[in-house]
Design a protein around this ligand. Structure first.
Ligand code: ZN
Length: 301
């Protein structure tokens, strides 16, 4: 197997994970977890989401969190925030965020259910964001890139057409999201290949959920296909509103453990990172779906 030398880990726990937790998490606890993630060596963190606080009350402190993380950003650190629309993008910019994730679902039905807009309406808003905030970097998160709860398996063409439209408008990279955790390794490998053939030179990343236990298998398929950017979440926080209690995102610590075992560098100190997983377990959510927090210590002597 051919492995890359380095993988960029994009930590999405503070956004994807926290937004799925109903009990309000104090801002100070969020900042403590983010600080721990950064201290362990993670260079890219999706810190929050500038959604309307009525839609997701957990993200009501988005500006405060973003400001703190952006201010603390050291050399080579990239703070990211998710934005659902132009208002969110403007608020993110005002809080010091210079790179955002903008979500559009490959499946029209999911875009309507999740964002109450058609794909074309979401693309029109993306055009507005890019024209009003030309210095803001926008990454497209293509949700339901593999499967949709309403449509079933999502055809590659739908993902390609969405990515083509967003890139034409000025998006700088594409993240293929297995929003409900239904992708299989062959599907991941094939979609990545199709993206590479269609958009040579465009950075493509993967956001793989572990709902059905295929998070790491799909990660491996992505690695084999040449992907070097993966979005994961601390403790495996996150999830799918359609499957309450199910595992959420692939756990950062599990993926980092797998990568390090294969000699792939991440720049992350896993022992240090696990100290922050412990904080998450003690102060935010007891039942974590990630494996490494429970595993005993194993030194490869
Ligand atoms: Zn996710």
């Amino acid at each position: 197997m051919q492995m890359p030398k380095y993988v960029e880990v994009v930590e999405v726990g503070p956004r994807d994970g926290f937004q799925n937790i109903k009990t309000p998490i104090p801002t100070a606890v969020k900042l403590k977890v983010i600080a721990g993630i950064i201290a362990a060596g993670v260079k890219t963190v999706e810190a929050t989401s500038f959604v309307h606080p009525k839609a997701i009350p957990q993200m009501a402190d988005a500006a405060e969190v973003a400001r703190a993380v952006a201010a603390a950003a050291g050399e080579g650190f990239r703070p990211i925030a998710l934005v659902p629309n132009l208002t969110g993008a403007k608020n993110a910019w005002a809080a010091g965020i210079r790179e955002v994730t903008y979500v559009i679902s490959a499946s029209e039905q999911h875009n309507l259910a999740n964002l109450n807009r058609t794909r074309d309406q979401s693309l029109a808003d993306l055009a507005a964001i890019i024209s009003e905030l030309p210095c803001l970097k926008v990454r497209l998160a293509a949700a339901t890139a593999f499967g949709c709860p309403f449509r079933g398996r999502v055809e590659e063409d739908l993902v390609i057409s969405l990515a083509a439209a967003a890139l034409k408008l000025g998006a700088t990279s594409v993240i293929l999201c297995d929003t409900i955790g239904v992708a299989d390794p062959l599907q991941v490998y094939n979609l990545v290949g199709a993206m590479q053939r269609e958009f040579a030179g465009v950075p493509v990343g993967l956001h793989l959920h572990d709902t059905r236990g295929m998070g790491l298998a799909n990660t491996l398929a992505g690695l084999e296909a040449g992907i070097t950017t993966f979005e994961t979440s601390i403790g495996g926080l996150g999830g799918c509103p359609f499957a309450p209690g199910a595992a959420g995102n692939t756990a950062t610590e599990d993926m980092v453990n797998m990568l390090h075992a294969m000699g792939v560098e991440t720049g992350i100190d896993l022992d240090k990172y696990l100290e922050t997983v412990k904080i998450v377990r003690e102060e935010i959510q007891q039942n974590l779906t990630g494996h490494m927090a429970q595993a005993c210590k194993y030194e490869n002597l």
